[in-house]
Design a protein around this ligand. Structure first.
Ligand code: GAL
Length: 453
């Protein structure tokens, strides 16, 4: 935090994005004696710039395409190569990337979540370079929320360029299905999961699915974090991830969260495992086959964007939203960022891409279509939907907590262990024995990470 404040103080007034990529030096940043060394930049003004992400499908591709447009206009000397690998939340992309990094063949930049996914993974493995010079020359830190800076930094050095802030805890719903079942969603959302389950009984009675979910690639964990936070609250959720946890993984709070998770799963569509990704589950709400879908606000882009990548639905009448039950006043966040690799082919092209990703123009092009809000604090609000303007206000006023599924709170190895236990659980009968086995596996996962003793 101290370093973050120093960075903020040093950067002063935000400056406009430069039109040529800022020069990187081999010098370690001045404020430390132990800075990781930045690899020398080979000057290659032009050529292909290969950018890796998982923004391929409906609701995902439009934002990227808009940012690429800015890149092409600002840097016509480069050829953008889209190395995106389909699969929500990077369910396939992360494995492909790991193989490439292992083979010493990194793309020129890749999508990495702010938080442990970047720090405990790419930084710890020495696969990315610090961006002190870039931050200093662009003044980027001064237009980022102070809360975000520690999540992209290690030992005081920033390591990635956040492009957005997404919200995980949104409950999307079909107003007609909800109304036809006689369900009223209180302004501000259901305050408890029991209220949600009571609504589910009414929905079920009309023959509709209450809660749609996609295959377990990531959507089951996405639901898990939301049910847990909606049951135990922000402070206890944070307490699970502290270096010395203040919330007991073996305790009654987690037990209650797991009981609610099991019950929520009992209202999920029976064909969830066969759905290809998150989009078909969100579409069940759009089509009026399901009442609710708990998904991050990339779903907004899918619901609202025009054809062919969006469903072009009208907010409030054809779809609507509310906080996940029990999460009023909580903003479960994640942030996509881009890194500067070590040993990639076009380091100058990397800096050009990062310059666009950091810029106001790049973020204003990307985020309104992505359903996210800018990571920058100075974007023009009028470019954004009513939904996103609400998210902007909530981001500033709510208690902000980090997402597990999307790389903020747990190191990837820990997240993978949790995911293995979670998949066993959703394949079980969800009964009390399965719940206590799942909880024991969560305790073991915390221990094997080294966080729990
Ligand atoms: C998240 C990512 C979002 C969105 C979502 C669904 O992990 O941060 O930008 O792409 O996955 O794929």
């Amino acid at each position: 935090m101290l370093v973050a404040s120093l960075l903020l103080a040093a950067c002063g007034t935000p400056t406009a994005a430069p039109t040529t990529p800022p020069a990187e030096t081999t010098q370690p940043p001045a404020e430390t004696t132990q800075a990781p060394t930045e690899a020398p930049t080979t000057v290659q003004t032009g050529g292909e710039v290969e950018i890796f992400s998982w923004w391929v499908g409906p609701g995902e591709a439009d934002g990227l395409a808009a940012m690429v447009k800015v890149f092409n206009a600002d840097y016509p000397q480069y050829t953008f190569v889209n190395a995106a690998v389909a699969g929500g939340a990077g369910s396939n992309a992360k494995a492909v990337l790991a193989t490439r990094l292992q083979a010493g063949n990194p793309p020129d930049s890749w999508q990495a979540h702010a938080g442990q996914e970047t720090i405990a993974n790419y930084v710890a493995a020495g696969q990315v370079q610090p961006l002190d010079d870039f931050f200093a020359s662009t003044g980027f830190a001064s237009v980022l929320p102070a809360t975000l800076i520690p999540l992209i930094s290690a030992n005081g050095h920033p390591y990635s360029v956040p492009v957005n802030i997404h919200r995980s805890n949104v409950m999307w719903y079909n107003p007609s299905v909800v109304q036809a079942a006689g369900v009223t969603i209180p302004a501000g959302g259901f305050t408890t999961w029991d209220d949600f389950f009571a609504a589910c009984e009414k929905i079920k009675a009309t023959g509709k699915v209450c809660l749609s979910m996609g295959n377990e690639g990531f959507t089951a964990m996405h639901l898990f974090e939301n049910v847990m936070i909606g049951t135990i609250g922000a402070d206890k959720w944070n307490g699970l991830w502290l270096p010395t946890p203040t919330t007991d993984w073996a305790g009654a709070d987690v037990t209650a969260g797991l009981a609610n998770y099991a019950k929520a799963l009992s209202y999920v569509n029976s064909d969830a495992a066969t759905l290809s990704d998150w989009q078909p589950a969100s579409k069940m709400v759009a089509d009026g086959d399901a009442a609710f879908n708990i998904m991050g606000d990339w779903a907004y882009g899918y619901f609202a964007n025009p054809d062919p990548n969006g469903l072009a639905l009208t907010p409030h009448t054809q779809f609507d939203w509310s906080p996940v039950p029990g999460t009023q006043g909580i903003f479960v966040f994640l942030s996509d960022s881009f890194v500067k690799p070590i040993g990639n082919k076009n380091p100058e092209g990397t800096m050009a891409w990062l310059t666009v990703a950091a810029s106001k123009a790049g973020q204003e092009a990307f985020n309104p279509l992505k359903g996210s809000i800018c990571a920058r604090t100075d974007c023009d609000k009028s470019l954004f939907s009513e939904y996103s303007q609400g998210a902007m206000a909530d981001w500033l006023s709510n208690t902000v907590v980090g997402s597990l599924t999307h790389g903020v709170v747990a190191a990837p190895a820990w997240q993978t262990t949790i995911d293995t236990a979670l998949k066993l659980f959703i394949a079980s009968d969800l009964g009390t024995k399965a719940q206590s086995d799942f909880q024991a596996a969560l305790v073991a996962a915390c221990k094997s990470d080294g966080t729990c003793q």
